[in-house]
Every structure is written in structure tokens, then in C-alpha cells.
Design a protein around this ligand. Structure first.
Ligand code: GN1
Ligand code: MG
Length: 382
């Protein structure tokens, strides 16, 4: 059983709130404790433990949706319900192993899959995967293959979901032109007097302006199809089996929306190829690993290769560069605005996050052709 210290560390008030909410979900047994899960930047997440009559403990994930970020949390819940049910439907119909377990929502006593907290807020409860862990950075190429395969499989699994069922809960989420404009507006306002210290970063972004619209243009011209996508394909949104290190499941479905497959693959490249932490201060540690990239491509194409078209395959290397620039712009914008969007735990954390992203984008650009050749080679060999 997990130790009690984290529960004691949770403010009593928070612990009581979490307990009160957890008790309203269809969870068997008695509440034991709640621990905060701190890895996300947006929602509040708790791991709660319940004890059955026979003394066995079971754990669950309880999460409050951040309504500042998700302005329409009920639409988020509808999307999540739709995707989890669809995947479960597939598991039942195909009667074959889809490479892992699935994410499930627990019913609330109201009969819905969410409940309201006392002071407001929308909460939901998920199954917790025992024996699994996440990796914040990739340790070896096998993990990269597994992660690529997991997100590729996700793309494949949702590919036949009726597109109208899923709504856009955060408009323009990956609209890179809009992200660029928002950054320039923050520069213009300079509300915290921080623009002076980010001149190099801004210069880098401006120098890359010519590539900002590339995927938006290909979409507009009809070359890139609109799909249902995950939109937050960070490496630590894949659960790995602790013993075998195989990918078990993709988590964090809040941003499932209509989008481009390339945004998903690009975000995976951004978070997996770089062995340094997202907020690493020492940029010398940021290094795009070509071997990790190659394994991501192999895993992703092995699972989603059938679904993707030629234009999507042709932009896979570029997508990693674009999403790194996008996140660089988002973190930089938030730094200039006074850290209002991404949770920070220390000064200049968003600036450090921005710097690592832009550093990675530069490295991808330097090797983009070589990366692209590799993608085409794997795609042709299939
Ligand atoms: C946020 O909270 P988390 O880690 O799941 C953000 C993503 C970013 C990511 C950067 C809704 O996700 O878009 O890529 O931080 N989520 C939202 O680490 O903005
Ligand atoms: Mg997320």
C-alpha cells in the first residue's frame, strides 16, 4: 500500500475535497488516501486509493478539468467519452489484442461520467494502470519504437470514428500562424517588461516565419486530411509496462479534436528525440537524437502507415520541427504574459521551456533532409 505521507502533505482541505468527490464515483471500498500527481501543466490530478473489504487496495485517477484552459469542459467530456467508448467497442468487436489495456471512465452517482465539485469544477475518474510507468525522456530506441507504435495505433483506432462526433474544444490549438500572432501581440504589450531578455529567441522565431504556414497551407489545398487526433502526444502520455517496457496505453484524451496527424507525430518527435528535460536550463544537453527519431518513424508507420497519405508521410520530419517551434512560441508567449497558462514551479521556467524547444527546432532543421530520406525509405519498404 502506498505510504501515507503524500496524503498528509495534501492540504487537509484539498484532501477532504478530493475524498468527497471520489466517494461519488462508482468505486468499491473505503477511501484510504489521495496523492497529487504533478506531471501535467494544466489539470489538477490525484491518485486515490480505496480499500476493499478483503483488505486489497485499488487505485484510481481523479482529475479536475482546468476550466480556464478548457472553456467548455462538458464538450471535453463528450469527446473523451466518445473516444474511450469507441476504442472499447473496437476491442470487443475485433476480439484481438490491440496491444494494451484501455482507458475507462467510472460512472458518477448522477449517471454521468463526471461530477461537479463543491466549489465548482468538473471532475472525472479513470482507471489507474497498476504496474505501469511513464517516461519523461526516452531511454532507448525500443521505447521510442513502442511510443511511435502506440500513437500510430491510436490514430488507426480512431480513424473510423465519425468526425462530427468530436468537437473542437480549444479552437486553433495547433494553428501555428495564430500562435505566431499571439506571440507578437504579447511582445507588443510586454506586460511584464520581459521582452528585452528574449531578443535572441524572438529573432529565431521571426527567421522561421516562412515555414509557419506550411501545414496550414497543405491542409487548405486539400493535401492533408482533417482527422481525429490526440493533440497532446508527449512521450509521457504513453504508459509503459514496468516489467516489459512495452507501451500499454495512450492517456490524456482531453485534447482529442479534429486535427492533422502530423501535429501528433510532430509533438512526439519534440518530446521523444530530446534527452533533456522540457525545462532544461543547460541547452548543451538538448540534442536531437536521430536514432530515436528513426525508431519513432518505424513504430508509427508500422501502426498507422495504412491510414496516412503521401503528403502526410512527406512532412513527418518537418512536423517535429514545426511543433517544436510552436511550443517554443507558446512557452515564450506565456513567459511574456506572466506565466498565466502553463503551471510553473520556479522563475523563468516557461522561458527555459521555450529555449529548449527552439534549440531542438534548430537541430531538427539542420538534419531535416536526412530525416526525411529515412521516413521515405521506411514508407517505401512497407
Ligand atoms: C500541456 O498539461 P499537459 O502536460 O498535459 C498542454 C500541451 C503542451 C504541453 C507541453 C491543453 O499539456 O498542449 O504540449 O503542456 N496542454 C494544453 O508540455 O494546452
Ligand atoms: Mg495534456
Amino acid at each position: 500500500m502506498p505510504n501515507q505521507t503524500s496524503d498528509q502533505q495534501l492540504l487537509q482541505e484539498t484532501a477532504a475535497l478530493v475524498r468527497g468527490i471520489a466517494d461519488q464515483f462508482a468505486i468499491e471500498g473505503q477511501y484510504v488516501l489521495a496523492e497529487e500527481v504533478k506531471s501535467g501543466h494544466i489539470n489538477a490530478t490525484y491518485l486515490v486509493t480505496y480499500e476493499l473489504e478483503n483488505g486489497e487496495c485499488r487505485r484510481y485517477i481523479l482529475q479536475r478539468i482546468n476550466e480556464e484552459v478548457f472553456k467548455n469542459p462538458l464538450a471535453v467530456m463528450r469527446n473523451v467519452e466518445c473516444v474511450t467508448s469507441h476504442i472499447n467497442w473496437k476491442v470487443l468487436r475485433r476480439k484481438r489484442d490491440l496491444g494494451g489495456q484501455t482507458l475507462n471512465l467510472y460512472p458518477h452517482k448522477t449517471g454521468r461520467f463526471y461530477g461537479y465539485g463543491e466549489g465548482g469544477g468538473i471532475w472525472r475518474c479513470y482507471n489507474y494502470f497498476e504496474g505501469c510507468r511513464t517516461h519523461d525522456v526516452v531511454g532507448n530506441t525500443r521505447q521510442a519504437f513502442e511510443a511511435g507504435h502506440a500513437f500510430g495505433a491510436f490514430q488507426d483506432l480512431v480513424s473510423d470514428l465519425p468526425p462530427d462526433e468530436i468537437v473542437e474544444t480549444i479552437p486553433d490549438f495547433h494553428n501555428t500562424r495564430r500562435r505566431y500572432q499571439t506571440l507578437m501581440e504579447a511582445v507588443e504589450r510586454d506586460s511584464c517588461g520581459r521582452v528585452g531578455e528574449v531578443q535572441m529567441e524572438l529573432e529565431f522565431v521571426r527567421r522561421n516565419e516562412d515555414v509557419i504556414d506550411r501545414l496550414l497551407r497543405l491542409r487548405k489545398e486539400g493535401d492533408l486530411p482533417l482527422r481525429i487526433t490526440h493533440n497532446d502526444t508527449k512521450i509521457n502520455n504513453v504508459l509503459f509496462d514496468m516489467e516489459t517496457d512495452e507501451a500499454v496505453c495512450v492517456i490524456d484524451l482531453d485534447t482529442v479534436m479534429p486535427g492533422l496527424s502530423l501535429y501528433d507525430f510532430g509533438d512526439l518527435v519534440r518530446t521523444a528525440t530530446n534527452p533533456a528535460a522540457e525545462d532544461e536550463r543547460d541547452l548543451g544537453k538538448v540534442e536531437m537524437s536521430i536514432r530515436v527519431f528513426e525508431s519513432l518513424v518505424e513504430g508509427y508507420l508500422a501502426a498507422a502507415g495504412e491510414v496516412l497519405n503521401e503528403a502526410e508521410i512527406a512532412q513527418m520530419a518537418f512536423a517535429g520541427r514545426l511543433i517544436s517551434i510552436e511550443l517554443g512560441m507558446r512557452f515564450l508567449t506565456d513567459h511574456l504574459n506572466g506565466d498565466r497558462y502553463f503551471r510553473v514551479h520556479r522563475e523563468n521556467q516557461n522561458l527555459d521551456r521555450a529555449r529548449t524547444q527552439l534549440c531542438l527546432a534548430r537541430q531538427i532543421a539542420e538534419r531535416e533532409e536526412e530525416m526525411n530520406r529515412f521516413v521515405l525509405k521506411v514508407a517505401r519498404a512497407r
